[in-house]
Write a protein that binds this ligand. Sequence first.
Ligand code: CA
Length: 230
Amino acid sequence: MRILLVEDHREMRDLIAEHFVGRGFAVDAVGSAEEARAALPGGGYDVLILDLGLPDSDGMEVLRAAPMLVPGGVPTLVVTARDSLEDRLLGLNEGADDYLVKPFSLLELEARLRAVLRRPGTREGPKLSCGALLYDAGTREVSVRGEPIEMSRRESDLLEALLRAAGRVVVRDILEEQLYAFNEPVTPNALEAVVSRLRRRLINAEAGVRIETRRGIGYRLVAETTAEGG
Ligand code: CA
């Protein structure tokens, strides 16, 4: 799960980011509306945490722009010091999925965020398949012939990126972006390690797919029956 956090208050931003990183989310944290608009397209975010009081413009403008920057929009949890009922209604009318007034506890923020992510319709949930493998992009459940396969968040992020590419090679940079937040240190072999774990799981589950390496370029997922050569 990937969060874009937009909050200009540095300490609050760090606290929120650390909390969610500790819970296994990838978090990109920015401090202005401009950075948020730049990060949204192609960021692959599952949810946006948006402060309304930003230094360069009102966070509400980011909320209004989001559906134009990301096809289908991004589920959004607004956090703000404004506590009037009018502001709440405005936020919800403009497309926020929930609204949290400061000060709040991190645990409350987490509970609200998980509720937003679970809400039907806030996330596209297409079923992606390859070989005998079925992946639900909404629930992130992986199964082979109806048998669920357990995997880590990074492994399912990787699997989803490869499945979405539908047999095409996905370059390393794109995969690293999908798997790691931009401020997260990525060691040169980190991606290889995740690929290797995912490969093992797919083989053990007899998923009928394999991950091919294009040395120096990236990876692609192919169904074993339609794979070309070795
Ligand atoms: Ca603020």
